[in-house]
Design a protein around this ligand. Structure first.
Ligand code: ATP
Ligand code: MG
Length: 420
């Protein structure tokens, strides 16, 4: 099978690793392969054991490769975390004469926009152009083909803490995969499940996973802020395990089979038998009893999310909520969220066969984001791009750190790249 139309994404979640194979054919995107594996070595969205995570990645890759006649040796990787920061950058340069703007000028202006002074412990993950300005004319989405003497870009720079980024990259390299680029999880997810209208009018996208919850706030077509909280479905499983006195595995199974986020929606006739850990006693429990445990924890998580949103410096009054991530598969969660958040809420999931599940939103979102970018820029999907990663990404971590000079060296290097 030819591989040049294929895009591979990797999402390292607290409970599951997901590898997705996307194929762009005649301009439209399809998902042609999926590989998942249980994750070891992660806690609350953070890496705690690189070797275990690397082995989990390899298992997911092998499962994906089994589905299609392809070797997966390079991936686009989703990245997230409370260390992520967004900042605006509006920069440009003059050509000295009128020229027809091409990908070349766009690449250069994006590099110019990356010339910011960052603390040594932070680095740029990605740059998202919001619009371009040609000879002072604003709000141009695609300046290619226009004639002008200067080009500016109004962009959002995504930065992250170097140690976090290198730890993530280290796991992927240990799994013998090359990284073609990094994609910020809420941007990928937003690309996949939010409409242009939602992103324009104001929408809060909340991905409730197993160990972390990611919040992306969109307005005027762009991501305004992102934050990650160390809460998710694992807390619900823990509560069930403690309250019913069963092991975590049993608690997880009970949650998936009988769980309900609202007592008023639970069926008292829905009963099941459990064996308690302490005295090895068998007894009957009901869905209402289970919902009694789940409801307060879900409410607490929703209030925590609301508090986090309230702490942003901009007004989110009237913004809609879109929920995604594995935990939103819990029956009754939409109604519960509507009560607590006081606004209509919808659940979003990918609409491709084989991945129609809210826990796949980020991994499929990365494919959607990369494919849209690649389509619009008409470049080979296997080629690394300047928007998604720095050239250091293909080096082992120790080499990458060796390449780092001081800020002045970096600036000189960038200028050389831009104007050579
Ligand atoms: N049908 C279901 N009902 C209730 N909870 C579910 C259901 N399916 C999955 N979950 C829960 O969703 C969580 C997994 O979600 P997801 O796969 O989005 O997380 P992750 O990406 O592995 O982790 P994170 O994003 O937090 O790092 C688990 O806690 C799991 O129990
Ligand atoms: Mg996740």
């Amino acid at each position: 099978m030819a591989r040049n139309n294929h895009i591979f994404s990797l999402d390292i979640g607290t409970s599951k690793i997901r590898v997705i194979i996307g194929e762009v054919y005649n301009g439209s995107l399809n998902i042609v392969g999926v590989g998942t594996a249980d994750t070891s070595g992660m806690s609350k969205g953070k890496i705690v054991n690189q070797e275990q995570v690397a082995r989990s990645i390899q298992a997911a890759v092998q499962n994906a490769e089994r589905m299609v006649d392809l070797v997966i040796d390079s991936v686009y990787l989703s990245i997230n975390g409370s260390h992520i920061g967004l900042q605006s950058a509006k920069r440009g340069y003059g050509f000295g004469r009128d020229v027809e703007i091409s990908d070349n000028e766009i690449d250069k202006v994006l590099k110019v926009a990356k010339l910011v002074n960052l603390p040594t412990e932070r680095e740029i993950i990605d740059i998202i152009p919001n619009c371009y300005i040609v000879d002072g004319v604003d709000n141009i989405l695609d300046p290619r083909g226009m004639i002008g003497g200067s080009l500016e870009v109004d962009a959002t720079l995504i930065t992250g803490q170097t140690t976090h980024i290198q730890n993530l990259i280290g796991c992927v390299k240990r799994a013998n995969l090359k990284i073609l680029g990094l994609a910020l999880a809420p941007i990928g997810a937003g690309e996949l499940v939010l409409s242009e209208d939602e992103k324009q009018m104001g929408t809060i996208l909340v991905d409730i996973g197993a160990g972390s919850t990611s919040i992306g706030i969109f307005k005027n077509g762009r991501l305004l802020s992102t934050s990650v909280l160390p809460i998710g479905g694992e807390l619900v499983t823990n509560d069930i395990s403690i309250c019913l006195d069963v092991d975590r595995e049993t608690a997880e199974k009970l949650k998936l089979k009988f769980g309900c986020a609202l007592v008023e929606d639970a069926e008292k006739d829905q009963v099941f038998r459990i064996k308690t850990r302490l005295d090895n006693r068998e007894r009957e429990a009901s869905q209402v009893e289970l919902a009694d445990i789940i409801e307060p924890r879900v409410e607490e998580m929703l209030l925590y999310i609301l508090k986090e949103i309230g702490e942003q410096e901009f007004d989110t009054e009237g913004f809609g909520f879109v929920l995604t991530g594995g935990t939103v598969l819990l029956p009754g969660i939409v109604k519960h969220a509507q009560y607590v958040l006081g606004t209509p809420v919808r659940i979003a999931a990918p609409q491709f066969i084989g991945v129609k599940d809210a826990s796949f939103t980020t991994s499929v979102g990365v494919i959607a984001y990369v494919s849209k970018y690649i389509r619009s820029r008409k470049i080979d999907s296997t080629a690394p791009t300047i928007r998604t990663s720095s050239p250091d990404r293909s080096l082992p971590p120790q080499d990458a750190s060796k390449k780092k000079g001081n800020v002045f060296d970096k600036i000189v290097e960038w200028f050389r790249e831009i104007f050579d």
